[in-house]
Design a protein around this ligand. Sequence first.
Ligand SMILES: NC(=O)c1ccc[n+]([C@@H]2O[C@H](COP(=O)([O-])OP(=O)(O)OC[C@H]3O[C@@H](n4cnc5c(N)ncnc54)[C@H](OP(=O)(O)O)[C@@H]3O)[C@@H](O)[C@H]2O)c1
Length: 455
Amino acid sequence: MTVFKCGVALGIVLSSFKVCHRFRHYMYDMKYKVCAAMGKMLCCHGGQPALSWRSVLSRMSVQLCHGVQCCHGGQPGFAMAFSAFMRKGHWGVGEYLPERPDLLLCISPGALVLPGLSQWRLIMYRAADSRYEDMVYNRLGNSGLKLPAVSMGLWHNFGHQNSQEDMINILCYCFDHGITHFDLANNYGPEPGAAESNFGYILNRCFRPYRDELIISTKAGFDMWDGPYGDWGSRKYLLASLDQSLKRMDLEYVDIFYHHRMDPETDLEETMSALASAVHQGKALYAGLSNYDGPTLERATAILRELHTPFVINQNRYSILDRTIERNGLKEKAAELKKGIIAFSPLAQGLLSDRYLNGITADSRVLHDGRFLKESDVKEHHDVIVKLNNIARERGQSLAQMALSWVLRDGIVASVLVGVSRVSQIEDNLKAMSNTSFTDEELRAIDEACGSFIS
Ligand SMILES: NC(=O)c1ccc[n+]([C@@H]2O[C@H](COP(=O)([O-])OP(=O)(O)OC[C@H]3O[C@@H](n4cnc5c(N)ncnc54)[C@H](OP(=O)(O)O)[C@@H]3O)[C@@H](O)[C@H]2O)c1
């Protein structure tokens, strides 16, 4: 008898799942029809795998969202994004549906169960209305393109081992504060490609409605895949790599496509013709060069001009500690040719901040992902950092702010390209813009503090 009762109960449960499943599909269909008939906004709900719950929500959304276009896009993982956004006081985007790129709003099922949110609540990532109020935008040479004085790079902290929740918080904070430029490369990770994949996910989740307000760049030039066609500057490598990057980021085009480093063996004309093709095929809007020196920049400029390719930007390492571009002619030549410069690693990967003033913590780049910044670098630079920190304090700045102000001091560098591992760092860095002038004594004191550590 007990076995019989269990069997009946199981049968009822299974068939109710089946009914719910059918009902759900019926409701999806109906909602899409409703969507098509209604205008204005798109809203969606989802996030919980419970079919019956979803089905109920489906029905309610159709009934309750008067004047709002509805569709369904529930994915597990929504709950995570929802809670992250709500905790940060953001509105969160629920879903992006490729077939509905105009998706803006979503309804969270969580709103039904969270205390204080008993009503249906429309939630979305809506960028701050104030996002353009405080940012300074600098023109790249004599081009039509302006970049924010502070740009955000995804070299570190956007790999597979990092939390997407943290990445979303950082990038949304950036955009909310006028950072319109996100910089990537094919090989950023780890694993190579991971940063682009993560960025593509976040773009779809949060920034799709804002694509035209963003400058997204990528690069090819370092080792990316096995064999002779995954490195350096051949046409074969650059164009294949750009296609891969676009796929990973789910983009039709990038705003800037860079050749990542000079190639001593490939004819410069071949490399530049690949950049020109990328632009002429509509896969990039502008061409850029990274890690080039002054004389090579001049030759490349002439070739790209002949190829009618809008080349607007040089991306080079530049900081209080690394002044290579002052020595190799890049800074002077770019200014003379009216080409822009964006300076990467302006904080020397964190050395030029308070990060290592009191030792090396477990969550720092050195211990977390020390591929390029070593414990020995920190030890060697400790005294210099302490001295620079004192100068920064006298200027009323944090060391990170002073380091960024220093790069921007003469107006030749359009943007400082920083990386961050948390929101508080970008918050700190943005304050650099409020004081970018230095007295001669301050500049002298900085040089003296660095001594022979300037490279
Ligand atoms: N073209 C190229 O060849 C090339 C090469 C390298 C980089 N880049 C680009 O440049 C971007 C930036 O490079 P980067 O990450 O080396 O830049 P960075 O700004 O010099 O260093 C970033 C690191 O500094 C620390 N930091 C940042 N702001 C801080 C603050 N206010 N207080 C304390 N610590 C702070 C963080 O370290 P923790 O992680 O320890 O917190 C952060 O990860 C890259 O993402 C990439 O887009 C380009």
